[in-house]
Design a binder for this molecule. Structure first.
Ligand code: SF4
Ligand code: SF4
Ligand code: SF4
Ligand code: FES
Length: 983
């Protein structure tokens, strides 16, 4: 389409908003409330332009062919200035002494763009106090221009639905839960609102008093300076005042660094700029991340207290007579190399084992498995995907060929139907949850959730299934059978793309609706409803996580999920597919890069001679050919006296592995144990040598997120004195043992990986520069694959395979002695045991401790209230913990999050595992609960967001502003036309 902007003809894209076209083609139009990732908010009216002689909002008007647009007509300019004048009546311009004077303040920049010299409408304060009650950010009503961006972000992007504006009030302001303080509201501190606020009304507390040269002055001094500035404004106008503030901003540019990184917590793969001044983290600024845009959760936005924590390890430690003493790097590395070599010589290479970290980079994982294989000569190497993701990978290997998510987060957004099984997505993968919540709220996406707990996604779901523990495989198979029996399967897709239908159909025989109802406790009706919802949907995605995988049939249930997707044709198209949600930031990458006992990089088998030959040539060594031990087998092998030495990087294995008491007992038996970490973790207690590594902000490398997205992280801060990036430590150890490696930068390691791994052939740092990313497989020319299987499945004949499975039943079932089922998992605020997140004070304040969720009915039966201390006793151990009474759980099902080092839930879990992958069956635990006499405070304080009361509405509801008696569109009388309203 062609349109004319200020007389110049421009090419427009279909459905493009005028504001985007004008800026894309080099023009400018003021716009304050518009943000490309929020869409039209339409509250500020500063974007008025003339179209074919009539005033319209450029942010809400889509192009039509032949439009004549004037951004600078007298009518348009008068309306723009009038609208902005109204904004300034809500905001005091004191840029020079404002922490938001960083070149990106929309109010400052618009004042300049419109060359405003004087305000017509004077600034009016609002009758409200500044709200400082959230630990991470504050709201200043006097500076709030009521643009509503924050409300839009909270309601429709994050979909936490905390914020609104009371448009009908004489003095509107932003409200939390309709009028609570921020601290006592449902706000989950995700930071979306702060990120999009166009001025200083919402600010990160870490910025306040730190960003500017003059902003750390006392409030009284600041107020005096503001008064002086205001005093000269009538004479000098804003132009010269802004020049001073711009000089101050230019000075800031020299001391504030903005460095891109990738989040260190979950597998969503959020990326953002980190603003720092020396070692002080000013703020996290998400904007360009391909997975997250403006989105983060509380951990990514504010959970960085661990970086400058006082108790970071800064020197190697060596055990001596049951105590640790500080040592030099030279001594520690020499000791590690000597002891590993001695044990290898004495007991053979397979008496050593290595565990890589899913918090470390791809390059670091690659190097650790290279040490194991090429330097020591063993395949005993694994990573924590064994604890969570291996079963999902197996289910996908069996059926479709690749062991990763079949598409991207954007596919989850596009789906007509999303099914979530065994995943507390809103807490474990918060930014993915925002995309599903938003599509469900705004675009008619349907949602089915199967879980033991009525978590947030379950509460939002169109259909919530609560099957008996460990029975997902049954209802999934019953749905498949019902679809096939009733002609609702996708027969064309099956004919063209899928092998093994007859055998699969036969395997489904036992899964009638009657049997499924009896075994799962779900009604036949709900199982039929699931089947029809899938059959009716054009595109279905299934998301699953540890509620499925951490069961003794985790691999089989994952397989059943993929089978169901295959018979309904839900692969190969946008909006479809299988999404096992990866837990850690780089758990996908740790496996991808060969930290597995049976696979080298890119899932190349160690027993394939051609593969070994390639690596042997590349590494110039002879490689072991038999599969090594996985994490679980390593613990067993220590107890059996076969494994003598271990090297663990960045894993709190002593309490995150199942049956923690048994794991600790194993560690005590090791002859030599090296732990590399950034804190003296619980696992370090068992070490002989502790090596201080570096956290993600202190190194370069790449992470691979759940959607197989490889992204670069840059060094935000130099490693703390005494620490070293983990890749350097691994290289030092290898070289001390004679490896002769010479990597000077992680990019060289990635080049080597690409040269040996067809799946990563085209990966290099140039192609990943800045916010660029690649989703594997990556061909040599750099072509990647955001959506798998668009042309074929990853098997030699290009066809998928239905893989029959049958239900056996869970282990560790409740009985008379252990009468309660114990479920466990993550919390939004803390990452796993909390080694990193407890070091952020605000997170600790809001969520200080672990607890066990008890249903109201069980609480009544046992005389328990929130705060009652109980002892949970399983067949394997016991913990003392406070109860939290909540209807998120039902009947005799308990839930205990993992956020504790002192009372870890894994003292209660067993050594049973998934029969295929040895992933611990963490979710199969039963306990006896002893109620103790002591009653304490509720383990969750009142300021925890779970006690808030959200106020859902569709965005900022600007129509209510327009209905105010004192509202008239700027340029009124000049004929504002509301061409479009937002969806
Ligand atoms: S949940 Fe809280 S931090 Fe997140 S957007 Fe809403 S008000 Fe802001
Ligand atoms: S607090 Fe919200 S409404 Fe106020 S200026 Fe910031 S984004 Fe706009
Ligand atoms: S923890 Fe996950 S969702 Fe939260 S910011 Fe980090 S990557 Fe994003
Ligand atoms: S940018 Fe605010 S109304 Fe258009």
């Amino acid at each position: 389409m062609k349109v004319a902007i200020d007389g110049i003809v421009q090419e427009a894209k279909p459905k493009e908003f005028l504001v985007d076209l004008i800026t894309r083609t080099g023009g400018s139009v003021p716009h304050v409330c518009y943000h490309p990732q929020l869409g039209p908010v339409q509250t500020c009216d500063t974007c008025m332009v003339e179209v074919n002689g009539q005033l319209v909002r450029a942010c809400a008007t889509q192009i039509t062919d032949g439009m004549a647009i004037s951004t600078k007509s007298a009518k348009a300019e008068a309306a723009q200035v009038e609208a902005f004048d109204r904004i300034l009546s809500n905001h005091m311009l004191y840029c020079t002494v404002c922490d938001n004077n960083n070149g990106n303040c929309v109010v400052h920049n618009t004042t300049k763009l419109l060359a405003i010299e004087h305000q017509r409408i004077p600034f009016r304060t609002k009758p409200y106090e500044v709200d400082n009650t959230n630990p991470f950010y504050r709201y200043d009503p006097d500076q709030c221009i009521l643009c509503g961006r924050c409300v839009e972000a909270c309601q429709n992007v994050e979909v936490n639905e905390t914020l609104s504006i009371n448009w009908e009030d004489p003095n509107p302001r932003v409200l939390w839960d309709g009028g609570s303080t921020i601290g006592e509201s449902s706000c989950v501190s995700c930071g979306h609102c702060v990120t999009v606020c166009p001025c200083n009304a919402l600010m990160e507390k870490s910025m306040l008093g730190h960003a500017g040269f003059l902003t750390s002055l006392k409030k009284s001094a600041l107020s005096g300076m503001i008064e002086v500035v205001k005093g000269v404004e009538p004479e000098t106008g804003y132009g010269s005042i802004l020049q001073i503030s711009e000089a101050e901003h230019a000075m800031r540019e020299h001391r504030i660094r903005k460095t891109k990184t990738v989040c260190t917590y979950c597998g969503v793969g959020c990326s953002f700029d980190v603003w720092t001044k020396d070692r002080h983290i000013l703020k996290i600024a998400p904007e360009h991340g391909p997975a997250n845009g403006i989105s983060t959760c509380v951990k990514g936005k504010f959970g960085w207290g661990h970086i400058n924590s006082e108790d970071r390890l800064t020197t190697p430690l060596i055990r001596e007579d049951d105590k640790f003493r500080q040592a030099s790097w030279e001594e520690a590395i020499a000791l590690v190399a000597r002891r590993l070599s001695e044990i290898k010589k004495k007991d053979g290479a397979d008496s050593l084992a290595f565990i890589s970290s899913s918090k470390c980079t791809n390059e670091e994982s690659y190097l650790l498995q290279k040490v194991a294989r090429a330097v020591i000569g063993t395949n005993n190497v694994d990573n924590c995907s064994r604890y969570c993701q291996a079963p999902a990978t197996t289910g996908l290997f069996r059926t479709v060929g690749y062991g990763g998510d079949s598409g991207s987060i954007s596919d989850m957004e596009k789906a007509d139907l999303v099914i979530i099984i065994g995943s507390n997505t809103a807490e474990s993968h918060p930014v993915i949850a925002t995309r599903v919540k938003s599509s469900h709220k705004l675009d008619g996406q349907k949602l089915i959730v199967s879980d033991l707990r009525e978590n947030e996604m379950a509460r939002r779901a169109d259909l919530f299934l609560h099957p008996k523990p460990g029975t997902d495989l049954i209802w999934l198979s019953a749905v498949s059978r019902y679809l096939l029996d009733n002609g609702l399967a996708h027969s064309k897709f099956l004919d063209q793309w899928v092998n093994g239908l007859d055998e699969y159909r036969e395997s489904l025989r036992p899964y009638t609706l009657e049997a499924a109802e009896r075994l799962t406790g779900l009604s036949e009706r709900s199982i039929r409803t699931v089947a029809h919802m899938i059959a009716d949907a054009k595109a279905t995605c299934i998301l699953w996580a540890m509620g499925v995988t951490q069961q003794s049939q985790g691999s089989d249930t994952s397989t059943a999920i993929s089978n169901l997707l295959l018979i309904t044709g839900n692969y190969m198209r946008p909006g479809t597919g299988a999404y096992p949600l990866r837990g850690h930031n780089n758990v996908q990458g740790a496996s991808d890069h060969g930290s597995m006992p049976n696979m080298l990089t890119g899932y190349q088998s160690v027993d394939d001679p051609e593969v070994r030959q390639r690596f042997e040539t590349g590494w110039r060594v002879k490689l072991p050919s038999t599969k090594g031990l996985d994490n679980h087998q390593m613990v067993e092998a220590i107890h059996e006296g076969k494994l003598k030495a271990m090297y663990v990087i960045g894993e709190e294995m002593s309490i995150v592995d199942s049956n923690a008491n048994y794991v600790e007992a194993a560690f005590e038996k090791l002859e030599f144990f090296v732990v590399q970490d950034i804190f003296f973790s619980h696992t370090c207690r068992y070490a002989d040598v502790v090596l201080p590594g570096a956290p993600s902000l202190e190194k370069e490398g790449t992470f691979t997120s759940t959607e197989r997205r490889i992204q670069r992280l840059y060094e935000v801060l130099e490693p703390l004195d005494g620490c070293r990036p983990d890749w350097k430590i691994i290289q030092d150890v290898a070289n001390q043992m004679g490896a002769g490696w010479q990597y000077h930068h992680p990019s060289e390691i990635m080049d080597e990986i690409a040269s040996l791994t067809p799946m990563f052939a085209g990966v290099n740092y140039e192609r990943l520069a800045g916010y660029k990313s690649l989703q594997w497989p990556v061909a040599a020319d750099g072509t990647d694959e955001p959506l798998h299987y668009t042309k074929r499945f990853a098997f030699p004949d290009g066809k998928a395979r239905l893989f029959p499975v049958s239900w056996i039943g869970p282990t560790d079932q409740p009985n008379a002695g252990f009468d309660l089922h114990l479920n466990n998992g993550r919390l939004l605020e803390h990452f796993h045991e909390g080694n990193l997140t407890y070091r952020t004070e605000g997170i600790r304040e809001k969520t200080p401790d672990v607890f066990v969720e008890v249903s109201p009915e069980l609480a009544e039966e046992r005389g328990i209230q929130s705060g009652t201390w109980v002892q949970l006793i399983s067949r394997y151990g016991k913990v003392r913990v406070r109860a939290l009474v909540t209807d998120r759980v039902q009947g005799k099902e308990l839930y205990m999050p993992m956020n504790s080092v002192e009372s870890p839930v894994n003292r209660l879990t067993s050594s049973h595992t998934d029969v295929v992958t040895n992933t611990p069956a963490y979710k199969e635990a039963s306990v006896h609960m002893k109620v103790l006499a002591e009653v304490g405070e509720s383990p969750l304080p009142r300021i925890n967001p779970r006690f808030g009361h959200p106020t859902p509405q569709n965005g900022v509801e600007v129509e209510r502003k327009w209905k105010r008696a004192d509202y008239a569109p700027p340029g009124n009388g000049n004929g504002l036309v509301q061409l479009q309203t937002k969806k």
